[in-house]
Ligand binder design. Structure first.
Ligand code: NOJ
Length: 960
């Protein structure tokens, strides 16, 4: 008896701490996914006899006057009476948009996903000429007419080729199927199957023989009209409306993207011979409690963007769909990838991004959905969070301790317990009696606070926010479209604002006044959590799919966009509270394509385990390449109490993530870095200081991202697209264009790390990589090379690729705002050829005045022949570095100088170092100890002390 109850207890504890798989559907538990997957297995079984029933009616082709677009009717032989309309547009940057919808159907499919994701309506190309033949319609375009789009009529097949090689193919496997709207058959009709329909007993036989409908939709009305999962029933008032489409990348063996999943960056297969995962990757924003560190399970955000990569080219697909979507990936050979996208609702709206380089793909995607916003500079500093700092005095004490220990920090965070009864915007006046004074204390040296504002509104009449929303009628409705939807979240019985309703927009902006006018300070920024939305008592911990939003759309149609609208409106509200507006900081947990325009994201509730630390790095990379550059994971792990070694390593990981925040669950022990014993406390202080010294690199990288769409963190395939060895690497990466390569240590007990030094084989050259701290020079190899480096607990494998100039600010400060007038150090890491380049972008860090030219963007060049160097002045036609030196911001930092230049790797001792036209400078030269010229070993160092040159002015230092 005793042992039995012990077992029961163990079981319950296990339940409470483990990922609750049964809370979330597998593909086989979602009717439409089950149908979609069954369709693909039937196709595979039928092999070459499988044929798509969809055909394009050539006689209906209508080419627009400007030739950029054509429309045509499409039919499926399964349902000849149903009409579909296909539209192809070619944009001015070569992106192809393919749209298909049911025409004159019983209902309308949701077609607004793209309008929320896109930054603007794309402009069509003027360089297209469609040619209609007997079997297809095609157009070749691009400066060399090397790209060709071919739309074959029967069966319908759409391909994009470059130089005659197919890059992307839609419906090549014949899995396209758009379930048309239909009426539910009455019981009498059901009883008498019509021609082409089958009775249960005959199912298998008929299906294979002469009932192709059953091939596509199964042999029964499987979850068409109502679907149950666990104790929930989805009423599915519109019936089946799913969309299946195969998208293949015939000459690309590796695919990346479709975040967010806890898995490797190069997506492992989910079907085929030996799949890594048995379920497809799922995109359905979900609050997954204690998610596991290797899984295709859907997490908090969804970006339906996939890159396909090979040594020859990079292309991408953006599928503008907002409903639950499952994606199977299979690598049938080293050279090609097949994918199958199965969505629950919505039109077909797919963008084909032709590349052909990773840079091109990033530019094309940024042109569609916008690039990551240039964040406020302070938000790149260190953020200290926990659930919860329990009082305003607690916040003050934590701040004091950071200062006493000389640990830099920019932001203190408050989780849900700051609010009265989880009524966000309303302070708990017992624990936070003086919020304005508290914030002002934090803000005294330019620090900020971030407080959480969740989307669930406590349903009580003494909560004005809920009351106003209810009176305005802007709350999400129940399935009848009338009643306010009620569910459970932190605030107990709650309702949710429907941000699809334009009436909610201005109202939401007004609501922020408590933090501004009445709250007396603009130093408070916002954290949007639980916006998947998380509903504790809802199906799969979210809203029922048959809930109704503005315009009558079901939650099913818009689910993945919902969270983005919330952070979009919040960031507008935060920015609009001051005049002139200031850059807002909004952290969001749920996201969609386009969320990069509104702020940062993090990877949610990770565990304090080594596996989670490691997969967090991969997840941040996956989010980065899908636009969400401003990304990070909870340092320390949200759940659990990390041992000291793990915590130190986690700070190293965090310091090299764009968003650097420590956070912890309410049940964890306090673990602020000042609580550690020495030497660990000192190690973390050094890591924090390292982050701050590198802020110029981070900010410059963000500026580049905001202009070009290239991610801040760059995985190997992005920087060295032709180096096959790098395609699978996702545990080391480059930071912007700085030349910094980092490999965070994410394993226990490590004292060494192996690091891959990439090279572009095409150039048949190798480059030297210098250890950032010791300057030790590692020799690369033309085909890339793996080296082993020391990685004790206080060591971070960080390298500067030869040919880079890295600007840093080395004076330790308490917060980033105090560094405004600090001088710079330039670390010049010479290439084998003795040259180097680097960049520095600066502006006031907070306002939008940079958009009016108030910034400086300098390029540093080290060359043997400066006169022959061309400044790298424009990216995408944007004059980046040609700023007006007399702009007010530049004037405000007129005295900011370079205080030190360290030249690493000079081949011999110079005889003189002078500012051009000036006097000899103070310098010191240490010869390298490496015997050969090959730069293996300790390189020479030339340290130029206080050259008295200004960052806003042009200058040259001559080393002879
Ligand atoms: C869930 C979030 O993911 C976590 O970071 C936060 O601390 C809790 N909600 C409480 O707000």
């Amino acid at each position: 008896m005793r042992s039995l109850s012990l077992l029961a207890l163990l079981f319950i504890i296990q339940e409470a701490v483990a990922f609750k798989a049964h809370d979330f559907k597998t593909c086989s538990q979602a009717g439409f996914c089950r149908r979609g997957r069954a369709l693909s297995s039937r196709a595979k079984e039928a092999k070459s006899s499988w044929k798509s029933p969809y055909t394009l009616d050539a006689s209906s082709i209508n080419i627009a006057l400007d030739q950029s677009t054509f429309t045509a009717g499409v039919k499926s032989s399964l349902y000849p009476e149903i009409k579909f309309g296909l539209e192809l547009r070619i944009h001015d940057d070569g992106v192809v948009r393919v749209r298909m919808d049911e025409v004159g159907g019983l209902r309308k499919r949701y077609d607004e996903a793209a309008s929320w994701a896109l930054i603007a309506e794309p402009t069509n190309s003027r360089d297209i000429k469609w040619t209609t033949g007997k079997k297809d319609i095609r157009a070749a375009y691009g400066s060399k007419k090397d790209i060709e789009v071919v739309v074959a009529f029967e069966p319908l097949r759409i391909s994009l080729s470059r130089n005659g090689k197919e890059q992307i193919v839609l419906n090549g496997e014949g899995l396209l199927h758009m379930e048309h709207f239909r009426n539910k058959a009455t019981p009498t009709e059901e009883a008498a199957p019509k021609e082409g329909e089958i009775t249960e007993g005959e199912a298998q036989v008929v299906m294979k023989a002469d009932n192709p409908r059953a091939w596509f939709e199964g042999d029964n009305e499987d979850d068409w009209w109502e679907e149950t999962f666990s104790s929930w029933t989805d009423s599915k008032p519109k019936g089946p409306e799913s969309l299946s489409l195969d998208i293949n990348f015939p000459n690309h063996g590796t695919v990346y993207g479709i975040p967010q999943h806890a898995t490797r960056l190069a997506l492992p297969s989910t079907t085929g011979d030996s799949p890594t995962f048995t379920d497809p990757y799922r995109l359905y924003n979900a609050d997954v409690f204690e998610y596991i560190a290797s899984s295709p399970v859907s997490l908090y955000g969804s970006i339906p963007l996939m890159h396909a990569h090979s040594v020859d080219s990079t292309v991408a697909i953006f599928d503008a769909v907002a409903s639950e979507t499952w994606i199977d990936v299979s690598h049938s050979s080293e050279k090609s990838t097949e994918t199958h996208w199965i969505s629950e609702s919505g039109i077909l709206d797919v963008f084909l991004l032709p590349g052909p380089t990773p840079e091109d793909v990033f530019r094309q995607y940024a042109k569609l959905t916008g690039s990551a916003v240039l964040p406020a500079q302070w938000s790149l500093g260190y953020h200290q969070c926990r659930w919860n700092y329990i009082s305003s005095d607690d916040v003050r004490t934590v701040q004091k301790r950071f200062d006493e220990e000389d640990m830099p920090v920019d932001v203190f965070w408050l989780d849900i317990e700051y609010s009265a009864d989880h009524k966000y915007f309303i302070w708990n006046d017992k624990t936070f009696p003086d919020p304005v004074d508290m914030v002002n204390d934090v803000a005294a040296i330019g620090r900020k606070m971030v407080v959480i504002v969740d989307p669930h509104l406590k349903r009580t009449s003494d909560y004005p926010v809920y009351k106003e929303a209810s009176e305005l009628g802007v709350l999400v409705k129940t399935k009848d479209g009338e009643g306010e939807y009620e569910g459970w979240c932190w605030s107990g019985s709650s309702s949710w604002i429907d941000f699809f309703n334009p009436q909610a927009w201005d109202w939401w902006k007004r609501i922020f006044k408590p933090y501004t006018v009445e709250g007396g300070t603009n130093a408070v920024h916002i954290w949007n959590d639980m916006n998947e939305p998380s509903v504790f008592n809802g199906p799969e911990i979210t809203m029922p799919k048959d809930n109704v939003h503005y315009g009558g759309w079901e939650h099913r149609d818009v689910h993945n966009i919902n969270g983005m609208l919330y952070s979009n409106l919040t960031s507008q509200a935060v920015s609009a509270r001051s005049d002139p507006p200031m850059r807002p900081f909004v952290l969001t947990r749920a996201f969609y394509a386009g969320s990069q325009r509104f702020g940062a994201m993090w990877t949610g509730d990770n565990l304090g385990t080594w596996e989670h630390m490691a997969v967090g790095v991969k997840m941040v990379l996956a989010n980065s390449i899908a636009g969400m550059s401003f990304a990070g994971s909870d340092v320390g792990g949200f759940f659990g109490n990390p041992e000291t070694e793990m915590l130190v390593r986690w700070y190293q990981v965090g310091a090299f993530a764009p968003f650097f925040r420590a956070h912890a669950h309410i049940d964890t022990k306090r673990r602020e870095p000042f609580l550690l014993d020495q030497p660990y406390k000192g190690v973390i202080r050094d890591i924090l200081r390292l982050r701050y010294s590198l802020l110029p690199v981070w900010y410059t990288a963000f500026r580049e991202t905001s202009v070009t769409g290239l991610p801040v963190l760059r995985p190997h395939y992005v920087v060295f697209p032709k180096d096959k060895n790098g395609f699978d690497i996702d545990d080391q990466y480059f930071i912007g264009s700085s030349g910094l390569l980092v490999k965070p240590v994410t394993e226990k007990g490590q004292t060494e790390a192996s690091v891959y030094l990439p090279e572009d084989e095409a150039f048949r050259l190798w480059q030297v990589y210098y250890d950032y701290f010791t300057h030790h020079a590692y020799r690369g190899a033309a085909k890339g090379k793996t080296i082993t480096v020391p990685a004790a607990l206080d060591q971070i494998p960080l390298f500067v690729r030869g040919g880079s100039i890295v600007p840093t600010r080395e004076r330790p400060r308490r917060a980033s705002t105090l560094m405004k007038n600090d001088p710079f150090t330039l670390r010049v890491a010479l290439s084998k050829a003795g040259t180097a380049r680097g960049e520095l972008y600066l502006d006031d860090g907070e306002s939008y005045s940079h958009q009016q030219g108030q910034f400086i963007w300098r390029e540093f060049i080290s060359s043997r022949d400066l006169a022959a160097e061309k400044p790298n002045d424009a990216v995408d036609g944007v004059a980046l570095k040609s700023f007006n030196p007399s702009n007010d911001y530049a004037k405000s930092i007129a005295n900011v100088r370079v205080e030190k230049i360290v030249l690493v790797g000079l081949s011999s001792k110079p005889s003189s170092v002078k500012v051009e036209g000036g006097e000899e400078l103070v310098w010191e030269y240490t010869p390298g100890v490496s015997a050969s010229e090959k730069k293996e070993g300790t390189p020479s160092l030339l340290t130029i002390k206080d050259p008295r040159v200004l960052v806003t002015k042009d200058w040259a230092i001559v080393v002879q």
